[in-house]
Design a protein around this ligand. Structure first.
Ligand SMILES: [Zn+2]
Length: 113
């Protein structure tokens, strides 16, 4: 992978990271709002609990993605970006284009050897 490719992946990762941080911030505000005491009616309680579950799920997904992005940025710094962490071969450009924070090549991701 040449320097230009790495640069463009780094930019993509930074944009993704900004988006996630923004979303996590909004989710955080949402959480604070929904941590109020549960509403009186059982129906409203069910809705409130369901909302909490959705927010928590999104939050968890975002945090996992954020970690993957930070790891990818570290790999750029360490000059090992684009190299599969499992087998050491290059990750295909097509895969990185779809998922710039991919840490594994498609073979390792699918569990093939
Ligand atoms: Zn691999």
């Amino acid at each position: 992978m040449n320097l230009l490719d790495i640069k463009s992946n780094e930019e993509k990762l930074m944009i993704l990271k900004r988006g996630i941080l923004h979303r996590l911030n909004l989710l955080d505000k949402d959480k604070k709002r929904t941590s109020n005491p549960l509403p009186e009616s059982l129906d409203d309680q069910a809705v409130a609990i369901e909302n909490d579950e959705v927010i928590n799920r999104l939050d968890t997904q975002d945090r996992i993605e954020l970690k993957s992005i930070n790891d990818a940025l570290k790999r750029i710094e360490a000059r090992v970006f684009g190299i599969c962490i499992s087998c050491g071969y290059e990750i295909s450009k097509r895969r990185l284009k779809a998922m710039p924070y991919a840490a594994n090549c498609i073979g390792c991701e699918n569990g093939d050897d």
